[in-house]
Structures are given as structure tokens and as C-alpha cells.
Design a protein around this ligand. Structure first.
Ligand code: AMP
Ligand code: GLY
Length: 424
């Protein structure tokens, strides 16, 4: 089987390693891949947003199965295009990917199907939004409607900050068309849980729970990033909460999308907040989360490719999806300065004896040497018998890797560990 994986980050590196465990996989292509992925797959320099080139490549190379991993190509219709060429895909079509592609869609959808989420208002007009902000209570949350590289959400503490943000989004168009509409919503509090799920549009199977660490600095301080580390399972996600989520959030989402004529197949990600009034949806993603995937996939005991094929063929109810009874911790090693300005081009040194569960993201191969080429450079994951050991192991690995200007958070898993100890 020839498999194509679109994307080129740590998440895709983890997905590629996992699908290669399936003995039917002959060749794996990664578009565009990166300097680390090329040890696992043939990297082809096609941008993951270039849907036409992706489709042409797949057709010319007789691709048997396409895994579309990032949000952009999904929202832009990569699956629609490939399916029209009779190439089966993992991932939703563009009609279903709108659940992530438009915050306005997802908020209206949740309201219509009674799925718990923060109270909100939608604005298309800058002046009305400004008027609303004058009367609002703070903190308040403002979200650009469309995709914005993870930067479209702003929690503002007062009117001044809020008005500056909507000025930049709606007037100055810092996110382009993604800022034509905005959502202003109630600020919620509570621990966050990421639930990634497999779904074929009929059956939904949640994966093991996880916790992202979105802020750049220790103690959840600093700017929002794509994610600086993750742990799994998430101790806040108890069996009781899981049951509530299945009945009030997961099933109604799948059923609602079907009712809208937008059947979702692929990985549906629920960003949840466990508030004192129960779990609420903060966001949907139409894809695997990063770095959560890098903590989750090493715990998956079942065959990933078989599960993916079952979501495509709508046979998920017959598929075994089993996770190890273990713990994992993923720490992201980044370039100092990320998510703002940073320097690249520094040589990366990784000892051979720690290669397991090391994923490469922002790095390229320069004349045979791996050098930094992005904000999030490498992730190290440790799977162990307890969360404590997983955290310890991940940091031991991190210390053995070096590149100039390397920066990482020192407290991934700390909050989860403290909470687990309290609960004992
Ligand atoms: P999102 O891109 O929608 O995941 O938002 C990024 C982060 O902003 C989330 O992980 C939360 O930490 C925070 N956030 C988003 N919406 C809210 C909300 N309504 N209340 C509090 N925090 C929020
Ligand atoms: N880790 C959150 C995301 O992938 O959007």
C-alpha cells in the first residue's frame, strides 16, 4: 500500500512512525515532511495548502490512501478533491471541516444542538462589536471566525485591550478574511482537557484523554503557542466526566453534523473545559491535535492504519481501539523567542540511543546535518508506568538533546501530577 501523509510537523512524524507498524504499508510519502521525517518517508516539497498539487501528486504516484493531517488542506477541500479522483482519505471533507474552519459555524451549531459551550455573540460589523465591548464584563474572550495559525483567540482583561484586538482583526485584517466576523464569548474557568476521537460519522471512539500546555512559559504564563507539551491521560477527565461528555457533547456533535448534511469522518478533536457547571466545548478541531498526538499515539496498542481505514470505510464499530494502561509525557523543544521572533539554522545534536519517540518538527537537512528551521523544533515523549516517571523520563531525554537557543518549559505535567496526588 502506498500512503501519502500531508503535513510536516511533529504530529505527522508521530503518525508516520505509527502507520509504518502496519505490514501492508510499502511506501510512505510525506508532503512536505521535514529534515527528520525524511528518515521515515520520502519527503516531497509540496506545500500542504496546495490542494491541486497534492491531488496531482497522489494521482501520478498511485497513492492508495491519503492521510490529510493539518487543518488548512482539510478546510480547503483536499479530501473532496482526492475523493473525486477515487483516492480514499483519512480526514473530513470541507463541508465537515468547517467545524474548525469557522468559529461562527461551530458556535451556532452548538447552540442549535444544545451542546454546552460558552455564551456568545457574533459580530460582522466593527462598530457594533465595539459598542458591545463597552457594556461587557471582563475578562472576555474574542475569537476571529476563520483559521489564524492558533493566534485568533484573545482573552482581554479590559475594554482597551479588547478594542485594540478587534481593531487589528476587523479593521487592519491581520488574519485576512478570517477576521471578517468575530465571536465574543463568555470567559470560562476550569481545567482543560483535549479529547481526540476517531469517527466514521456513525460511531465515535474517544482516544485516551490528554492535556496540552499552550502557554509559552512555566506556570501557564506568556503568549499562546501551538502547544509546548502534553501529557496523557488527563487526571481531570474522570469516568464520570467521560460519560457526561459522551451523552451531552460527543454523540450530539456527530448526530448534529449528520443532520446538517455534514457527516464528519476522521479525527474530531474536542477542546473541553471542565467548569463548575460541567464540561463545556471551548473549540472543535477537525484533525489530530499537536502536541497531544505525540503523547497519545505511543500509547495506542491497536493498529492506527486499520483504525483510519475503518473511519473511511465506515466500519469503525467493528474495529478494536485499545490504549496501553500507561502514561506519557511529551515535551516540545523550541527555538528561543517562539511564538514570536527566533533565529534558525543551528545544528541539532541527538544521541542515537534516545531516538525512540523523538519527533522532528521545525528542522531541515542541510548538507547532511539536521538544523533548526522553525519555532517548535523537536518533541520528546516518554511512555512509562506512572505520570511521574513519564515526566521524569521525558526531561532526561530533553537534556541530552542540544541546539543553540534551545528553550523548553520545565513544568509539563506539573499541574496534572499535583492534582493526581491530591486525588489519591
Ligand atoms: P482555542 O484556539 O479556541 O483553543 O483557544 C485557545 C485557548 O484560549 C484555549 O485553549 C483556552 O485556554 C482559551 N480559551 C478559549 N475560549 C475560552 C473561553 N471561553 N474561556 C476561557 N478561556 C478560553
Ligand atoms: N494542541 C492544540 C491544537 O492542535 O490545536
Amino acid at each position: 500500500m502506498n500512503v501519502m501523509v500531508v503535513g510536516g510537523g511533529g504530529r505527522e512524524h508521530a503518525i508516520i512512525k505509527k502507520i509504518k507498524e502496519n505490514k501492508n504499508v510499502e511506501k510512505v510519502y510525506s508532503l512536505p515532511g521535514n529534515g527528520g521525517i525524511l528518515e521515515e518517508a520520502v519527503c516531497i516539497d509540496i506545500d500542504s495548502k496546495n490542494v491541486d498539487e497534492i491531488a496531482n501528486f497522489a494521482k501520478n504516484k498511485n497513492i492508495d490512501y491519503a492521510i490529510i493531517s493539518p487543518d488548512d488542506p482539510l478546510v480547503l477541500g483536499a479530501v473532496d478533491k482526492l475523493e473525486s479522483l477515487k483516492i480514499p482519505c483519512f480526514g473530513p471533507n470541507s463541508k465537515a471541516a468547517i467545524i474548525e474552519g469557522s468559529k461562527v459555524f461551530s458556535k451556532k451549531f452548538m447552540k442549535k444542538y444544545n451542546i454546552p459551550t460558552a455564551e456568545y455573540e457574533v459580530f460582522e460589523d466593527y462598530k457594533s462589536a465595539l459598542e458591545y465591548l463597552k457594556k461587557s464584563k471582563y475578562p472576555i474572550v474574542i475569537k476571529a471566525d476563520g483559521l489564524a495559525l492558533g493566534k485568533g483567540v484573545f482573552i482581554s482583561k479590559d475594554y482597551l485591550e479588547a478594542s485594540e484586538f478587534i481593531q487589528s482583526v476587523m479593521q487592519d485584517k491581520v488574519f485576512g478574511k478570517s477576521g471578517n466576523k468575530i465571536v465574543i464569548e463568555e470567559y470560562l474557568q476550569g481545567p482543560e482537557v483535549s479529547i481526540l476521537s476517531f469517527t466514521d460519522g456513525k460511531t465515535i471512539v474517544p482516544m485516551i484523554s490528554s492535556m496540552d500546555h499552550k502557554k509559552a512559559q512555566d506556570g501557564d504564563k506568556g503568549l499562546n503557542t501551538g502547544g509546548m507539551g502534553a501529557i496523557a491521560p488527563n487526571p481531570y477527565y474522570t469516568e464520570e466526566i467521560a460519560k457526561i461528555c459522551m451523552e451531552k457533547i460527543f454523540k450530539p456533535t456527530i448526530e448534529g453534523m449528520n443532520a446538517e448534511g455534514r457527516q464528519f469522518k476522521g479525527c474530531l478533536y474536542f477542546g473541553l473545559m471542565i467548569t463548575k457547571n460541567g464540561p463545556k466545548v471551548i473549540e472543535y478541531n477537525c484533525r489530530f491535535g499537536d502536541p497531544e498526538t505525540q503523547a497519545i499515539l505511543p500509547l495506542l496498542e491497536s493498529d492506527l492504519l486499520d483504525i483510519m481505514l475503518a473511519t473511511t470505510n465506515q466500519t469503525l464499530s467493528q474495529e478494536k481501539v485499545k490504549f496501553k494502561n500507561k502514561f506519557s509525557c511529551c515535551v516540545v523543544l523550541s527555538s528561543k523567542g517562539y511564538p514570536q521572533k527566533y533565529e534558525t539554522g543551528f545544528e541539532i545534536k541527538i544521541p542515537n540511543n534516545i531516538k525512540e519517540h523523538i519527533n522532528i518538527a521545525g528542522a531541515k537537512n542541510k548538507d547532511g546535518t539536521l538544523v533548526t528551521a522553525g519555532g517548535r523544533v523537536i518533541s520528546v515523549t516518554q511512555v512509562d508506568d506512572s505520570l511521574e516517571l513519564a515526566v521524569k523520563g521525558a526531561y532526561e531525554k530533553a537534556k541530552k538533546i542540544s541546539f543553540e537557543n534551545m528553550y523548553y518549559r520545565k513544568d509539563i505535567g506539573k499541574n496534572a501530577l499535583e492534582y493526581s496526588r491530591k486525588e489519591l
